[in-house]
Design a protein around this ligand. Structure first.
Ligand code: ATP
Length: 496
């Protein structure tokens, strides 16, 4: 049995991973707050990405750019004029939809179209459409056999048909407006005067901050091509329909890398290498390989400047969806910024003595989507000693708490004292927890549920010979060892 969104939502809520933002005021759609465990997990994801993509490579450096940039940056990149999604309104319910997420089908009985159904894209949309078609048939008291439904995107419907498609909210045909472009950027004003000249935007992606710093980086770190620049940071998109929890939110975090290559380099090979590298990375942090897949964009889906794009998709409880995109963007961005700023963004190749604008491969992934994939991969239920337990089988590198220190009894001062000493010693290395309340079995269960890979128990024998019992979360096996061995075990597991 796979994990459901309800399982994940209830765990996140119960154990303080993620809360709706501003909850005491009723929340704000598309915004979330990460609680004590969620922010640790998120930090572990960011740290792992930074370590693996920046520190452990000698061809990548990092930057941390500002969220609000000169408005010309996003004008040059095309975001001001073109970063929009097609939006459709329901005139009756005032609900808003992304037109490319609405699917419709004619309802055909015995060769006759008796009306249309319209549903929102998700894993169960076929079933929802069938139910709506059957409802329509009985409402119109039409007899005969319903022909199989063929769902198509609302965007592809001819205008005359769009007028007959019912609103998914009210079921009334003709209640939907024609699709119109809605710019997803949040605008604000910089400075004391709020006029057109002071408009600026919250960045909708971190990538542009890398492009506009290209010259600064070249001049200061003197890299030879190929080399990459990485950035982790917040991005903001006023999504028309934020949904599926943190999968599509309005404020999120991106980890982006621009890998610059020469114009004559074998870009297909670099692109392929990055797709493989990124797929390996997702698996290395505990995302289950059978839930990962690749989706190559057809030429018709690519932006005009884009040479190729491959998505790494994940099988979320609501269906296969994009986790990461790896795009070959040619030299579009640097060229546009050179044109708009009037500053040269060319690279001087000392070997060929030529100047040119480099091309780029861009692996871009959302921290929040990785976090959701990590949770869905790790969530499990099993039975221990006849009792059901919920366990997060997180990779130790991802686990918010690496180890729990549990005194077997809390009324024996020597045992408590020794356990507290170990706690103090280990907290210098990792985020560890001390828990002295309740029966030992219940304490283990609490740690299993938040994915703590190890627990050590301090007991009477510990006082005699300095050993503790190390319990491993997944197998629940226990072994006695001294603290030196415990540290080696945990270090190995985190680095595995
Ligand atoms: P989608 O088609 O799902 O809207 P996209 O193709 O617009 O995504 P990109 O612009 O390629 O996304 O952004 C790169 C990455 O940033 C995505 O692969 C995703 O991991 C993350 N991301 C994009 N939009 C959101 C969002 N609204 N909420 C959370 N993460 C997001």
């Amino acid at each position: 049995m796979g994990v459901s969104m309800d399982d994940i939502l209830s765990l996140c809520r119960r154990r303080g991973f993620i809360f709706p933002s501003s909850e005491i005021y009723g929340g704000l759609a598309g915004f979330y707050d990460y609680g004590p465990l969620g922010c640790e997990l998120k930090k572990n994801i960011r740290d792992a990405w930074w370590q693996d993509m920046v520190h452990r490579r000698d061809d990548v450096v990092g930057i941390d750019g500002s969220i609000i940039m000169h408005p010309s940056v996003l004008k040059a990149s095309g975001h001001v004029d073109g970063f929009s999604d097609p939006m459709v309104d329901c005139r009756e319910s005032k609900m808003r939809y992304r037109a490319d997420q609405l699917f419709y089908a004619p309802v055909v009985v015995e060769g006759q179209v008796i009306g249309y159904v319209c549903v929102l894209e998700d894993a169960s949309m076929e079933a929802a459409a069938l139910e709506a078609a059957q409802r329509l048939k009985s409402k119109l008291s039409i007899r005969g056999e319903l022909q199989p439904l063929h769902l198509e995107c609302y965007m592809d419907a001819p205008e005359a048909v769009q007028r007959l498609i019912p609103s998914p909210a009210t079921g009334t045909p003709g209640a939907l407006t024609p699709p119109r472009a809605f710019n997803l950027m949040f605008a604000t004003h910089v400075g004391a005067v709020s006029d057109d000249a002071s408009i600026a935007y919250l960045r909708p992606e971190t990538a542009q901050g890398i492009f506009v710093n290209f010259k600064n980086i070249l001049d200061t770190v003197h890299r030879k091509l190929p080399f990459g620049v990485a950035q982790i940071g917040r991005a903001f998109r006023n999504e028309i329909t934020p949904r599926n929890f943190i999968f599509r939110s309005r404020e999120f975090e991106q980890m982006e890398l621009e890998y610059f290559i020469g114009p004559d380099a074998d870009w297909e090979s670099f692109h392929r290498q990055w797709v493989e590298e990124r797929l390996r990375w997702h698996q290395s942090i505990g995302i289950r390989p059978e839930l990962l897949s690749l989706q190559v964009h057809g030429k018709e889906k690519l932006a005009h400047y884009s040479k190729a794009c491959t998505d790494i998709t994940f099988h979320y409880p609501f269906g296969w969806q994009e986790l990461e995109g790896i795009a070959a963007r040619g030299n579009f961005d640097l060229t546009r910024h050179q044109e708009e700023s009037g500053k040269s963004l060319e690279y001087f190749d000392e070997e060929t003595r030529q100047k040119y604008i480099p091309h780029v491969i861009e692996p871009s992934v959302g921290v929040d989507r990785v976090l959701l994939a990590v949770l869905c991969s790790a969530y499990d239920r099993d039975e221990i000693g006849g009792e059901e337990r919920t366990v997060l089988r997180l990779h130790p590198r991802m686990a918010p708490v690496k180890m729990a220190i549990l005194p077997l009894v809390k009324n024996k001062p020597e045992v408590v004292h020794m356990a507290q000493g170990i706690h103090k010693q280990l907290m210098k290395h990792w985020n560890v927890a001390y828990d002295a309340t309740g029966a030992i079995g219940r304490r283990y269960r609490r740690m299993d549920e938040i994915g703590t890979p190890f627990a050590i128990t301090v007991d009477f024998e510990s006082l005699e010979n300095g050993t503790v019992t190390l319990r491993e979360r997944d197998s629940t096996q226990q072994r006695r060892m001294d603290i030196g061995e415990v540290m080696a075990c945990v270090t190995d597991a985190i680095n595995s």
